[in-house]
Design a protein around this ligand. Structure first.
Ligand code: AKG
Length: 228
């Protein structure tokens, strides 16, 4: 079964006595997944001008590095850039490559604060991805790092080009899609990572860049400082 792109309810607004633009009404309490997990789309948290400013700051102030992966023993350098920040030098292993978190920047702390206020959750780390155009994406995966708090919420902030995001159930293969807008927030929680994969499909239609931040919680009890 394919569901979506997730239906966003629309409401007609009346301004100056005239029917005006159709404004989307987003129900952030609605679970986008039909079973085995919970995903909520909060829509845009920031007005366009504020989101533009954050995008500019993230592009210039984050220590972006090309992502590396070791696949079948070969080192692959991806076009997509990544960065990993946190309250301790947490290690994060992705495709057999381990990184250590850099200390928070002011912008990341501001965004973490907004995200925590909106979601009522607490986060201690953030993985960032920079996609230069729609031709860069991310393959099917679930966020099941061993140090990641089991069933902890993962909050995903998006800035820049609007991109389609997909979920696929690991058993039934059913799919759910959602459009991630500039300045928007998506939250995955509960058993989502156990039962669902997610991906950012590449597309030739999108020419502009996009930055994504996923705020996460690393279990501090499990964490051992392995900074070289
Ligand atoms: O860019 C995105 O929205 C997806 C990022 C993602 O899947 C991840 O960080 O695990």
């Amino acid at each position: 079964m394919a569901i979506g792109p997730v239906g966003i309810a629309c409401q007609k607004s009346i301004k100056n006595g005239k029917m005006d633009l159709i404004e989307p009404v987003i129900d952030r309490t609605k679970n986008l997944l039909p079973r085995d997990g919970e995903v909520n789309y909060y829509g845009r948290l920031f007005e366009k001008t504020t989101a533009d400013i954050y995008l500019e700051k993230l592009l210039s102030l984050i220590d972006w590095r090309n992502d590396e992966a070791i696949i079948y023993g070969k080192k692959i350098i991806t076009k997509r850039k990544v960065a990993w920040y946190g309250e301790k030098p947490f290690s994060y292993t992705y495709s057999n490559v381990t990184k250590h978190a850099l200390p928070w920047t002011n912008e990341l702390l501001e965004l973490k604060h907004v995200t925590e206020k909106e979601t009522g959750e607490k986060f201690n780390s953030c993985l960032l991805n920079l996609y230069h155009s729609g031709e860069e994406g991310m393959a099917w995966h679930s966020d099941g790092e061993k140090d990641l708090r089991k069933n902890g919420a993962i909050a995903s902030l998006s800035f820049g080009a609007e991109r389609k995001f997909a979920f696929k159930h690991k058993g039934s293969k059913e799919k759910v899609y959602v459009l991630l807008e500039h300045g928007s927030l998506l939250v995955m929680k509960g058993a989502t990572q156990t039962h669902w994969l997610h991906r950012l499909p590449p597309t030739k239609k999108v020419k502009d860049l996009r930055v994504n931040l996923t705020f996460r919680t690393i279990d501090s009890d499990v964490f051992k400082d392995t900074t070289p």
